[in-house]
Design a binder for this molecule. Sequence first.
Ligand SMILES: [Mn+2]
Length: 366
Amino acid sequence: MKIAIISDTHFGYARFEEDSYIQAENAFLDADNKADLIIYAGDVFDTKTPKLETLSRAVDILKRVKKPIFAIHGNHERRSKGMINPAQLLATTGLFRYLHGEAISFEKNGQPLQIFGMGNVPEELASIALKKSIERFAPNSNAFKILVLHQSIKELIPHAKEEISLEELEALPFDLIINGHIHGSVIKLGGRFIIPGSTVVTQLKKDETSSRGYILYDTEKKKHEFIEIKCRKFFYEEFDFKEANISDIKNTVEQKIRELKKLDEQAIIRIKIKGTAREGIKPGDLSFASEERVYIDNHLDATTLKDKLEKIRNIKEQKLSVKELAIKELEDKVKDKITLFSPRELFEKLVIGTDETLEYLKNDKG
Ligand SMILES: [Mn+2]
């Protein structure tokens, strides 16, 4: 049996909305030709309450797929208990089967299959929620058993805390463990753990520069294959300058943009500038003409020792509260740079808690 694994289509993602539809369509139609069934590992939509136009586009794409689809919701769609999330809503149309804390049995050419799905839950609850819901799962020894999740994984992220681990997943009675959430494709546990990656670029992170696509898994051979889909190219470049002049920085970056555009005029380009500029230069002095799909992050540290001493003196004189100090520090750090959040709002969210902060950052970053 051949299983297609598709994830993180982020239908309606505002920055590259057309890409979100076109690239998901490329993946689904190709998978429909090659696989017996499709597993959809969450973040179907980019938001909890997508526009009607977005719902309509998603329906248009999915109704062209003939093979059965089994889906879970992702963190972008998760809503409070008792509320309907958009993946659940779509399931009521019969376009796919929605699973959350439950298993479904399926048979194809005499081969039984069990799919257990659990949609995204807060990371610190993932381990216990999975343990609890699996108690109700009765494994069939003849069946090929699949677990579908949409969570962070301890071993795959920096600064991990209470995320679910590969180690505990490995011990569970499943032949194949599928996860969404992470936008670059990851294969672990000798091919037993599979993340297909997103079909659209949303985070503008380095790991999204790899090809977009889906995974085709053969249950007999226990082998997987990454199927690349036609999609918009994404280039990510980082520059680390040392005591550089503004004109040198500007020329280097602009030349790189021209070079990349020559490779692909339609590509998304993100350039991160780090390091130090010559004394007396403020990051605000560096500006670039705005170009479609070109994102420049200025992380230059232009502060000299003299500036730093002066800042400490000013802070002492102003007698600011710890909170105001923290906000001021954040504001100074991101001043005149291209940022995706407001320092004051971010600080307020940090005071409320980690969940609020992550939610805030995710909402802004996609
Ligand atoms: Mn996602």
